[in-house]
Ligand binder design. Structure first.
Ligand code: A3P
Length: 282
């Protein structure tokens, strides 16, 4: 059923080919999926446009900030094709683990913003995303999905290796390592941190505006940021909205006590070699 839907996708993507592509400074936003990528993309885009809401309504997120490794059936442009039609400097999104990031990113000293999210909330968010994203394999039952996550058998590989890879390289490669939980706790502080990292300076009023425009509620209602611009054959929001809850701690509504204990024991083993300050509540 899921494979069949891709046949209908091609026609729906005409807007990508016909729309204007903007030139942006060359910054890379790296994440595992469902960690706050879209949120960070919106913050970065607004910082680059001095908080101008209209500028950020000019096109859907995927077009403003192309997704490096995304492939689609022709004639839908791939992420690389879209990027090829933009002049550097550009903003790029990727979910690639650090070892697969093209060498040119490091050689050209691209700014790299990495966004991580605690494993349990990330897993919950993956699960609902895999339900509604019809280009992903069926998630199957929740209990089995937890095991797939722990074994790294999901798209973009092991969560554990992903977050560790960027963490271990963050100082050497000047990566800004952000946490979803920090964004939730104090969005203003995190917007300012991103601004400084990007060598930008905007007024306090503009920062307030950016915090407001990138709140969950505003982004959920923004058709250029909430992924309703994709056809239903790709993202079926009637199954689960892309902008689903945007909370820290939703995992408590999904894990049973036994699942939580089993997950924590495995987590302790897999993360024994690092000390990344993830928080499962704020
Ligand atoms: P939930 O499924 O927990 O709601 P990504 O963009 O990396 O795919 O991440 C998607 C997750 O980030 C979803 O999490 C989505 O709701 C959440 N998200 C997106 N924008 C957000 C915002 N402005 N505030 C809080 N959460 C946001």
């Amino acid at each position: 059923q899921r494979l069949k839907t891709t046949a209908n996708i091609t026609q729906s993507f005409d807007w990508i080919r016909s729309s204007i592509v903007f030139t942006l400074p060359h910054t890379d936003i790296d994440t595992q999926y469902q960690t706050g990528t879209t949120w960070t993309q919106e913050i970065v885009d607004l910082l680059l446009h001095n908080g101008d809401a209209k500028a950020c309504m000019r096109a859907p997120t995927v077009q403003r900030i192309p997704f490096l490794e995304i492939q689609a059936p022709p004639p839908i442009p791939s992420g690389l094709e879209l990027l090829g039609s933009m002049k550097p400097p550009r903003v790029i999104k990727t979910h690639l683990p650090i070892q697969l990031v093209p060498e040119g990113f490091w050689k050209n000293k691209c700014k790299v913003i990495y966004v991580a999210r605690n494993a349990k909330d990330n897993l919950v968010s993956y699960y609902h995303f895999d339900r509604m994203n019809l280009t992903q394999p069926e998630p199957g039952p929740w209990d089995e999905y937890i095991h797939k996550f722990m074994r790294g058998k999901l798209s973009w590989g092991s969560w554990y290796d992903h977050v560790k890879g960027y963490w271990q390289e963050r100082e050497k490669r000047n990566i800004l390592y952000l946490f979803f939980e920090d964004l939730k706790e104090d969005p203003r502080r995190e917007v300012e941190r991103i601004m400084r990292y990007m060598d930008l300076s905007v007024s306090d009023d503009v920062i307030d505006k950016i915090v407001q425009l990138t709140s969950f509620k505003v982004m959920k209602d923004n058709p250029m940021a909430n992924y309703t611009f994709l056809p239903k054959a790709v993202f079926d929001h009637s199954i689960s909205a892309f902008m689903r809850k945007g909370e820290v701690g939703d995992w408590t509504n999904h894990f049973t006590p036994a699942q939580s204990q089993m997950f924590d024991e495995d987590y302790a083993r897999q993360m024994a070699d690092v000390d990344i300050p993830f928080r499962t509540s704020i």
